[in-house]
Structure formats: structure tokens, C-alpha cells
Design a protein. Structure first.
Length: 828
């Protein structure tokens, strides 16, 4: 496969647009689009006028790209994802159009600071965490690499909840990102779709006596598409993210009405408008709720019909070219119901033979697994599936029957144990549909998201599937877009890199390795660390504004940002903070480099212990930050409402990156990549992509600690007793007992006891106590390293220099080579 060439040197078509021309555009839109005037326009109006000015260029690119794809009849990838964590698009679009500097100048001349206007935009937070942000990075890379692609998802009215703290506890508030309209989206009423749910299946016979299944739906719902243009870097393609909004259908379903009894029964059914109302806020737990299944089906059905409509425009009723033109990537199992839906369309609607239809399906779908956590593996009760999608359940049964007969029984004749393990239906008290099994059986390729994770997918999750189809399984290590996560969020470092190694790195991130040649140069070290210092000063202001805590930019900025989950072990970080605090109290002269421990994390609203951990960190922070005896050696801050926009301010200011999950639990991680890219040194376990980061940066430039995947398995095998660590390590004992007192919650002893209980009575499922000592030693190592200024600067620079592998452009190239077999389509 040839390498996709990204034109990085060619000047963008829009680069000719200077500040003067942009000013003219902005004022024109202030008048003609916003209906206001320069004298009375609010910052919001200025922002909107600027968006409209930017959109003139965006829509130009959109038109040419879509025309080119249509004329060339290109093969395209269709990314199916329940989540897209886009963040803001203003500066991203300006950077990718090559217009950021012109816009900054234009706005300055009009009396506005571009940063103030950027703050007018709400985050587009249609995702929970890594999985949703990965989808956003991928569509940026796809456009940049001129690959024909469409992202499909749901147009949620409310994205991920906004987080507040009240007396240290998380409060959730609704997120209304488009309350006053969103300038980046285009409604496409000409492409609405109608989809069905509920009802019953009738068996009929046609004139030839052939059996046919007819689904009489109980409800019809309208899907309205909203298009968000996705601008590639420097005048390359503009692709589309198409998000479906649900509406009540005008079409009244007489068939169901006439069949009687349904008017009442339908009251128990989900209302049409509810479907796209809100994103489910669980990151790695499956809720099993009816509305969630309907969300999944709604967007899959709308998207498939959209793809088929476009295909038919070029190929009519000839399905033979469909697998050549269409590949669909399933972002986890969330959209796996697309598999039986395509079968239904082909068999029931297009009258295709089962074998032919199944042949098409198996050439079209590919599946990415993002987790091994048992509680995140989706399964739907057969009972609910039958209520919502009666025909799809029948189809799944038939897929399963043939799979067990033609694959499993041929390979392991008469082996019922194998059949039970491999069946898409899990038998038991409440029979369940296993969406992971369905995804593997229905896809031509299955990938994990980091080397170690892909190995575990094969060895632990689907070993029998691997025995059946070894060539189906592969790895694609995650990546992040350097346009947003370096160029846009860290302009100081970006300019330094441009000067030092040239400006090709945003599309050719391996260029960063040229920085290594300067890693020993004291002048370059000073420049690099001066930039870090300025970024830290900027973040210190943000911290002051958001939390009221004053922090010293000379201290180590130690950052853990990610969803709150036991396996990510924010409480391990907390225990270490408590250990340091205790040492200071015991030894007033305790020698440590001052450190600011900074957290950002949302907890799923129903995840009790996660919320207790947030509360504990906040209460410990309050105590430590006000304790004079600490003499500012430790500060602890929990940033409220962590989201993409806050990440962009925190990541450039990090000295230390906390990546401390229990080995085997974090599929990949992507925050680890963003922080290393911006010159932070990782304290991490050998888990997910940390392993590959360690390989790239070398052991001198990362602080690795803790049990390995194999050691975790062995320890569990031999019987893990967390109490032993409590009794044998006096420091651990003292800290856990401390949490039970009222020291951090005056007058209310026991308020922070939940953590201790989960670690002792709860058995410490994520081996926090087993890894405590190693973690403590790694932190000690960091403290030592930081005292050597030149040594630290070199390590920080080596991190930036060595993580070129983790650009999402490389991930996408891997998908092209190993899965999609796409060719770029150059757009002028
Ligand atoms: C998620 O963000 C991830 C996995 C999920 O499994 C669900 C969500 Cl919402 C169903 C994360 C992984 O935890 C993380 O390790 C990985 O880097 C990320 O997906 C992208 O692959």
C-alpha cells in the first residue's frame, strides 16, 4: 500500500485572504447576517459574524470536495459513532484554513481580542471521553489526508453534563450547547429519513410460495440530518460529520392503528423527540436502557439509508459494487445493530438471498474494540430487543444459527461448550444478545487500540473467534491530531518548532525527532522551559479564576485529566498526596520540590464511588491548601467541568502526566499522548499506549512503575489480599485510617471512608495498594529529576521529540492499510 501523501508545503487556497479582506467579510456579516452594527454589536455578535466569514471559505471547500467525490465515485469510509467530542471549532477551522493569523489581525484592527471571541463558543461535547475525542481526531486526519469519509452520529440536544462542585461534591447541570443556534451546522431537510421501531413481524408467502417476513412497525420516527463541515489542514478536503436529530413523523401509521390495542400500548413506548435529547453520560458502563438501544438503532438506520441512497444514485439497483464503494467502521459495539439492519434492508427490502446479503455485510463492516472491562461489554436482553426491534432479533437468531452450524460446529463438531461460549445469544435466566460477538461475526476486521490491548482482545476476550478467523484480528494504535493538540493549543511551542525544525511537523509529526539534536543545547533548553513556564503562568491564572487557589508556576505542575474511574486510579494519586502531606507534618523540613497536583474529571452521575473520590480529593485539597505548615510545598486543585476547552489550557502547562491505570485495564489512553507531545514527563504503568510511549521516548524520559499485565494476572491467581499491604506498610495504614477520621471533614468523621472500604473490605479490585510503593518511588524519581534543571529540560524536549508516532494521521494510515483500503482523492 502506498503512503498517503499529505501536501504540507503547498499553500492553502485561502491563504491569499488577508486581514483586510477578512475585515470586510466580518463587517458584511455583522450587517447582513447578524442585523447589527459595529457600534452596538455584542462580543457574541462579533463571534457569529466572524464564524459566518470563516464559513464562506469552509463552504467553498465543502462544495468542491463533495463534487469531486461524487464525480470520481470514490470508495469512502463511513465512521459510525455514538460520540463525537469536538470541543470548539472556531480556532480549529481558522488554523486548518490557514487563516488564524489574518483573523487575529483583522479582529485586533476591529478592536477585538481573538481569544475573547473564542470564549463565546460553547464546547460541542457530544461524547464522554477518549472514545468520542478519538472520533473527532480521526475525522480531522481523514480530511487532512484527503480521504473520502463521512462521520455519522447523533445530534444530541444536550451533550455531556456540565459539572459544578457544591461543598466539594459533583453536581450535574444540563449542557445546552446550541441553545442560541450553532454557526457550524447546516440543516439538510432534503435528506430526512424515516425509521421504524416496535411493532410485530408477520410471516407471509408470495405468489411463488416463498416465505417473506413483514415488519409492521409500531412507530415511525423522522431523522433530520445536520451537517458539520470538517476542514482538513491547509486547504485539503472538507468532509462532513452528519448528525441525526429525531422528530415525530408526520406520517400516521394506520396499519398499527387498525390492528388495535396499540394506542394504549404505545404510551409505554419512547416518544420520538426524546431519542436525540441527551447523550448517555456513562463512559465504561453499559446501562441496558431501552432509549439507548433506540438511539443506537435510530442513527444506524438513518445512516445506512443515507449511504444506500447515495450509492443508488450512482449504481441504481446493482448491489454488486456496494462492498467496493462502502466500508463502515463501528466505533465500539454501540453501532453494531447496523449489521442486522443492513441484512434487513438487503433481504426484506431488496429481496436478496441471505447468502448474498451476508457476503456483502461481511465485506462492509469493521469493528474497533475500546475496552475489556466486563461492565462495558454491551448486551441487550432478548426481551427488550424483541419489543424494540422484533425483526432484527429474528435476523440475529438466523445469523447465529448459521454461524454455530457452519463455522463453530465444523471446527469443533459436537462441542457444546464452544457453542455456548461463541453464541451471539447468551443463554441463562434472562437471555441476552452479545453485541461484541455480533460485531466480530459480522465484520471483516476487528482491531484493538494499542498493541497490548489488541493482544488481550485476542487472548482473553475472543480467543475462539481468533481460532476461527486469525486474519480478522489486528491492531491500530490510537493517535491524536497535532493540529489541535500542539499547533492550536500551544502556539508558543509551535512557533519555536517552526523556527527550529521547519513547519512541516503538523502533517508529518515524525519531523519532531529533529528536536532531539537540540536536546543538549542549553539555549534551546532554556527557550523550551521558558515556554513551559509561560504556559504554566497562564494556567495559574485560570486556576485562580476557577478555584480561587493561588499556585506558583515555579512548582511542578502534575496533571491527571481523564474520566473518573476506579481503574484509572485517581485515588492512588490521592493516597500519594496524603503520604507527602503526612511526611511534611511529621517532618516540618521535609525536602521536596513544590508540586501542584491538578485534577480534571467527570464522574458518571450514577457511579457512587467515583463521586466519593471527587469529594475526597476536594476535601483533602481544602485542608492542605489552607495548612500553613505545608509552606506551599503541596497544592491540590480539582478543576471543575473538565472538557476539551479546559484540556487545551492544561496540557501545554503540564510538567508531569499521570497515567496510572491498573495494567490491562486502559485500552490505550490518548491524553497520555497529548501530554507527552507538549513536553510533559509521564508517570505511568505499563498499560495501553504507555508501553509504546515508553518504547519511543526511552526509559530515561519516563517514570514507569507498577505491576505488568502478567504480574497482575499472577497476583490475582495466587490470591490478592489488600489487607496485607495495610498491615505491613505503616504509611498505608496511617493514611487509610486518617481518611476515616474527621481530620478533612471537621465534625463529620467517616465521610471519606468509602475509599478505605473499597480498598480493604472491597478487596481493592484495581490493586491500588499493590502498586502504592512503586508509585511512590516513581514520584520520588520525578522529584529528583526536576532538581536538575538541564536534565529535566532534556527529558521534556525528548518527550516532544519522540512521540511523532502518535499522530492520528498515522492511526488513519494504519486503518487505510490494514482495514479500509482507501485511496486519497486530491481536491483543488
Ligand atoms: C471510552 O472513552 C473508552 C472506551 C470505552 O469502551 C468507552 C469510552 Cl466512552 C466502551 C476509551 C478507553 O478507555 C481509552 O483507553 C481509549 O484510549 C479510548 O477509548 C479511545 O480508544
Amino acid at each position: 500500500m502506498t503512503k498517503t501523501k499529505i501536501s504540507s508545503s503547498s499553500t492553502p487556497a485561502t491563504a491569499s485572504l488577508n486581514a483586510e479582506q477578512l475585515k470586510e467579510r466580518i463587517i458584511r456579516h455583522l450587517h447582513a447576517t447578524l442585523g447589527t452594527d459595529i457600534n452596538k454589536a455584542s462580543p457574541q455578535a462579533w463571534w457569529r459574524a466572524t464564524c459566518a466569514a470563516i464559513n464562506e471559505s469552509v463552504f467553498d471547500g465543502l462544495r468542491t470536495t463533495q463534487r469531486e467525490h461524487y464525480q470520481q465515485d470514490t470508495r469512502a469510509v463511513h465512521y459510525f459513532s455514538l460520540e463525537y467530542l469536538m470541543g470548539r471549532l472556531f480556532s480549529n477551522n481558522l488554523h486548518n484554513l490557514g487563516l488564524y493569523q489574518s483573523a487575529k489581525q483583522a479582529l485586533a484592527e476591529l478592536g477585538h481580542d481573538i481569544a475573547d471571541l473564542e470564549d463565546q463558543e460553547e464546547d460541542m461535547a457530544l461524547g464522554n471521553g477518549g472514545l468520542g475525542r478519538l472520533a473527532a481526531c480521526f475525522i480531522d486526519s481523514l480530511a487532512t489526508m484527503n480521504l473520502p469519509a463521512v462521520g455519522y452520529g447523533i445530534h444530541y440536544e444536550h451533550g455531556l453534563f456540565q459539572q459544578e462542585f457544591q461543598a466539594g461534591r459533583q453536581i450535574e447541570r444540563p449542557d445546552s450547547w446550541r441553545e442560541y443556534g450553532n454557526p457550524w451546522e447546516i440543516c439538510r431537510p432534503e435528506s430526512v429519513q424515516e425509521i421504524s421501531v416496535y411493532g410485530y413481524v408477520e410471516t407471509v408467502y408470495d405468489l411463488q410460495g416463498r416465505m417473506k417476513k413483514v415488519w409492521h412497525p409500531g412507530r415511525i420516527i423522522k431523522g433530520v440530518p445536520w451537517d458539520i463541515p470538517v476542514v482538513g489542514y491547509h486547504g485539503s478536503s472538507v468532509n462532513v460529520l452528519r448528525l441525526w436529530e429525531s422528530r415525530a413523523s408526520d406520517f400516521f401509521n394506520w396499519d398499527v392503528f387498525n390492528s388495535g390495542g396499540y394506542v394504549d400500548a404505545s404510551r409505554e413506548n419512547i416518544e420520538a423527540e426524546t431519542i436525540s435529547k441527551v447523550l448517555y453520560p456513562n463512559d465504561e458502563t453499559e446501562a441496558g436502557k431501552e432509549l439507548r438501544l433506540i438511539q443506537q438503532y435510530f442513527f444506524c438506520s438513518c445512516s445506512l439509508k443515507d449511504i444506500i441512497r447515495r450509492y443508488k444514485r450512482a449504481h441504481g439497483d446493482d448491489w454488486s459494487k456496494f462492498p467496493e464503494q462502502v466500508v463502515i467502521q463501528l466505533n465500539d459495539t454501540h453501532p453494531a445493530v447496523a449489521i442486522p439492519e443492513l441484512m434487513r434492508i438487503l433481504v426484506d427490502r431488496a429481496d436478496m438471498h441471505w447468502d448474498e446479503a451476508w457476503g456483502i455485510c461481511q465485506q462492509v463492516f469493521a469493528y474497533t474494540n475500546h475496552t475489556l472491562l466486563p461492565e462495558a461489554l454491551e448486551s441487550w436482553s432478548v426481551r427488550m430487543f424483541e419489543k424494540v426491534l422484533p425483526r432484527h432479533l429474528e435476523i440475529i437468531y438466523e445469523i447465529n444459527r448459521r454461524f454455530l452450524l457452519e463455522q463453530v460446529d465444523v471446527r469443533w463438531p459436537g462441542d457444546n461448550d464452544k457453542k455456548r461460549k461463541l453464541s451471539i445469544i447468551e443463554e441463562g435466566h434472562e437471555p441476552m444478545v452479545r453485541m461484541g460477538h455480533l460485531s466480530v461475526v459480522g465484520s471483516f476486521r476487528v482491531n484493538g487500540v494499542a498493541e497490548v490491548h489488541s493482544k488481550l482482545v485476542q487472548s482473553d476476550l475472543f480467543p475462539e473467534m481468533v481460532a476461527l478467523w486469525p486474519e480478522k484480528f489486528t491492531n491500530v494504535t490510537n493517535g491524536v491530531t497535532p493540529r489541535r493538540w500542539l499547533k492550536a493549543c500551544n502556539p508558543r511551542l509551535s512557533s519555536m518548532l517552526d523556527r527550529l525544525i521547519g513547519s512541516d511537523w503538523p502533517t508529518d509529526l515524525k519531523q519532531l525527532s529533529k528536536l532531539a539534536a537540540h536536546a543538549d543545547d542549553p539555549k534551546v533548553q532554556d527557550d523550551f522551559m521558558a515556554i513551559k513556564q509561560q504556559n504554566k503562568a497562564d494556567l495559574a491564572k485560570v486556576i485562580q479564576d476557577l478555584t480561587g487557589v493561588a499556585v506558583d508556576p515555579a512548582a511542578i505542575f502534575d496533571i491527571q485529566i481523564k474520566r473518573l474511574h476506579e481503574y484509572k486510579r485517581q485515588h492512588l494519586n490521592l493516597l500519594h498526596i496524603l503520604a507527602l502531606y503526612r511526611r511534611i507534618l511529621q517532618n516540618p523540613d521535609y525536602d521536596m520540590v513544590p508540586r501542584v497536583f491538578i485534577f480534571g474529571a467527570k464522574a458518571a452521575p450514577g457511579y457512587k464511588l467515583a463521586k466519593e473520590i471527587i469529594y475526597a480529593i476536594n476535601k483533602v485539597a481544602e485542608k492542605i491548601n489552607h495548612d500553613k505548615r505545608v509552606k506551599d510545598r503541596i497544592k491540590v486543585v480539582f478543576m471543575p467541568n473538565y472538557r476539551v476547552t479546559l484540556a487545551e489550557k492544561m496540557i501545554p502547562a503540564a510538567d508531569v502526566s499521570e497515567q496510572i491505570s491498573t495494567a490491562g485495564k486502559e485500552a490505550s489512553g490518548t491524553g497520555n499522548m497529548k501530554l507527552a507531545l507538549n513536553g510533559a514527563i509521564t508517570v505511568g504503568t505499563l498499560d495501553g499506549a504507555n508501553i509504546e510511549i515508553a518504547e519511543e521516548v526511552g526509559e530515561d524520559n519516563i517514570a514507569i512503575f507498577g505491576l505488568t499485565v502478567d504480574e497482575v494476572k499472577a497476583l490475582r491467581q495466587s490470591g490478592y489480599h489488600s489487607r496485607d499491604y495495610y498491615h505491613n506498610n505503616p504509611e498505608i495504614k496511617a493514611i487509610l485510617d486518617w481518611l476515616e477520621t474527621d481530620y478533612f471533614t471537621p465534625g463529620k468523621p467517616g465521610e471519606l471512608a468509602a475509599i478505605k472500604h473499597s480498598l480493604l473490605e472491597g478487596g481493592d479490585p484495581y490493586l491500588v495498594l499493590a502498586d502504592f510503593e512503586g508509585y511512590q518511588a516513581a514520584q520520588q524519581q520525578i522529584d529528583g529529576w526536576y532538581r536538575d534543571k538541564a536534565g529535566w529540560a532534556k527529558k521534556a524536549m525528548m518527550n516532544t521529540a519522540c512521540v511523532g508516532k502518535f499522530t492520528s494521521d498515522r492511526s488513519i494510515q494504519d486503518y487505510v492499510d490494514r482495514v479500509w483500503q482507501l485511496t486519497p482523492c486530491k481536491v483543488d
